[in-house]
Design a binder for this molecule. Structure first.
Ligand SMILES: Nc1ncnc2c1ncn2[C@@H]1O[C@H](COP(=O)(O)OP(=O)(O)O)[C@@H](O)[C@H]1O
Ligand SMILES: [Mg+2]
Length: 326
């Protein structure tokens, strides 16, 4: 705990953003309330993304009522692996990643055998709102299981690493690669025990990481270094993230993406209240960068112009590359 306080204090000097500032100056200011459902419901996000031509994991089916639980077999027919997810969940809670079938049962990514009864129970819990924001009744989505690109083999354990980029008014602010660990059960959420690794915005090369709020440079399960890894197709990820502003209309978001072995970059979800730990992973505060973007936006406004996603990416890469920053 003491170490944590010390680290946040050191970051403060680097323009760290605290929770109050994030909420007042960014979330409330840039995110219109009526647009929240687009990002808070993963089914709606998916529909929007598809309409905008942005790739997402394929939806196999939706379960909206107890009665529709009977449709489960039909939805997963022909699929040995898939993901069960609460539409309005967060933090990785309630998600089951099925990697295979085992006789008339299923196998999770970590090899745990799951019976049909357990699946039904999970579907029912999701519907009841156990994992939804505010405890409202929810829907279940069942989708394609992403197979991570082999590039991640050396630095990941099992499950799918995701790439989070914070985006302000379409401008990438900061990026982090999240790596699942043995503890996080195939999920890349930090509070499930995944590792957060900073990523240099200009180059897509990984920096050091944070695990359970400690600074680390090696993956705890594999022992491999997590820094100095070049993420493939970095400009593609940056452009994809920048374009999510047009997709959802929210001005301050966390865009979560994955790199599928076959399908390439996919959007996993958007977040209207992105966490602040990304600052620890990058050893850098968000506020200095967000203020620079806001100043740039002011200038553009005076000139009466706006920028394309490509121009916005270029702006962020020229300013927020690790080597450029003091
Ligand atoms: N389709 C998928 N295939 C494989 N793993 C997935 C899939 N969807 C989610 N996951 C894993 O679960 C984590 C959480 O999923 P996400 O959709 O971001 O929900 P949440 O809002 O709970 O974070 C992801 O970071 C990823 O590691
Ligand atoms: Mg997520």
């Amino acid at each position: 705990m003491f170490g944590l306080i010390k680290r946040w204090k050191a970051l403060e000097a680097k323009g760290i953003m605290g929770i109050n500032r994030r909420n007042a100056d960014y979330v409330l200011k840039y995110n219109k309330r009526h647009l929240y459902p687009i990002v808070d419901d993963k089914i709606l996000t998916k529909e929007r993304a598809i309409a905008a031509g942005i790739h997402v994991p394929k939806l196999y089916g939706i379960i909206s009522t107890e009665k529709e639980i009977d449709n489960f077999e039909r939805i997963v027919e022909g699929h040995n692996d898939f993901v069960i997810k609460p539409a309005q969940g967060a933090g990785g809670d309630g998600i089951i990643v099925i990697a295979d079938r085992f006789e008339d049962r299923f196998k999770s990514v970590s090899g745990k055998i799951i019976s049909r009864e357990e699946i039904d129970q999970q579907l029912s819990s999701i519907l009841s709102g156990l994992y939804s924001l505010g405890g409202h009744r929810d829907r279940v989505l069942i989708e394609y299981r992403v197979t991570p690109d082999p590039i991640f083999k050396s630095i990941s354990y099992e499950g799918v690493p995701d790439i989070r980029i914070i985006v302000l008014m379409g401008y990438p602010v900061m990026a982090m690669l999240r790596l699942p660990t043995r503890q996080s059960n195939g999920k890349a959420n930090l509070h499930q025990g995944a590792i957060g690794v900073g990523v240099d915005l200009a180059t897509g090369i990984t920096l050091k990481g944070t695990w359970l709020n400690n600074k680390i440079s090696k993956h705890p399960d594999t022992g491999n270094a997590v820094d100095g890894v070049q993420l493939p197709n970095w400009d593609g990820f940056m452009k994809l993230a920048a374009g999510c502003y047009e997709l959802c209309g929210l001005g301050y978001i966390g865009v979560d993406m994955v790199l599928d072995e076959e399908k390439g970059p996919l959007i996993l979800e958007l977040n209207a209240r992105p966490g602040l730990n990304i600052q620890i992973a990058n050893d850098c505060g968000l506020a200095k960068r967000t203020l620079a973007i806001e100043a740039h936006l002011e200038t553009l406004k005076k000139q009466g112009v706006s920028e394309t996603p490509e121009e916005r990416v270029r702006f962020s890469q020229s300013l927020f590359g690790h080597v450029n920053e003091a």
